[in-house]
Design a protein around this ligand. Structure first.
Ligand SMILES: Nc1ncnc2c1ncn2[C@@H]1O[C@H](COP(=O)(O)OP(=O)(O)OP(=O)(O)O)[C@@H](O)[C@H]1O
Ligand SMILES: [Mg+2]
Length: 158
């Protein structure tokens, strides 16, 4: 499977990397699930802000720590940003009708996906962020054929 990685020197670079991925996601009309992995403060929400910006969102992106999910109904697409950090039991996802999020053409971005292990469908893409002072290292790995095409597109020179 193809991988793509980059060094992100500052916060703006993390936003720009999210925007770059967002432009590729726009080309894919099907539903997509993206897992965002990395320690507390690694940059997952910052990266999500870049993805949302590429779809036209201009406001802040608040981590839905207590509500677990925030919906962004943007002109071309609806995106759902999950933060499962405080999820007690993966079963809780069943009560919130988790399956419905993944059946249409929406894009789901999930922070702390390991909290939902066993219930969440396998991701098309896993975005890993790692603190590497003074910046961050971002790595993208495909989990499905759909994700594989996205990583290949992303790896093409811009
Ligand atoms: N490339 C970067 N270089 C330096 N700092 C960065 C970079 N990207 C993001 N940051 C900073 O890291 C901090 C944490 O970012 P963020 O909230 O996105 O992390 P997170 O992974 O979502 O954390 P959490 O697990 O708590 O939700 C922010 O202050 C942000 O500005
Ligand atoms: Mg976060």
């Amino acid at each position: 499977m193809t991988e793509w990685s980059d060094y992100l020197a500052d916060e703006a670079a993390t936003v720009a990397a999210g925007e770059r991925l967002g432009r590729v996601l726009e080309q894919c009309p099907q539903g997509l699930s993206l897992h965002l992995e990395g320690d507390l403060g690694a940059g997952k929400t910052t990266f999500t802000r870049g993805v949302l910006q590429s779809f036209g969102h201009s406001g802040a992106v608040k981590s839905p720590t207590y509500t677990l999910v925030e919906e962004y109904a943007l002109p071309s697409r609806t995106l759902h940003h999950f933060d499962l950090y405080r999820l007690g039991d993966p079963e809780e996802l069943e009560y919130m009708g988790i399956r419905d999020y993944f059946t249409g053409g929406d894009i789901c971005l999930l922070e702390w996906p390991t909290r939902g292990a066993g219930i969440l469908p396998p991701p098309d893409l896993t975005v890993s962020l790692q603190v590497q002072e003074p910046g961050r290292l971002v790595k993208l790995e495909a989990g499905t054929d759909r994700g594989e095409r996205l990583v290949q597109q992303l790896a093409q020179p811009q």
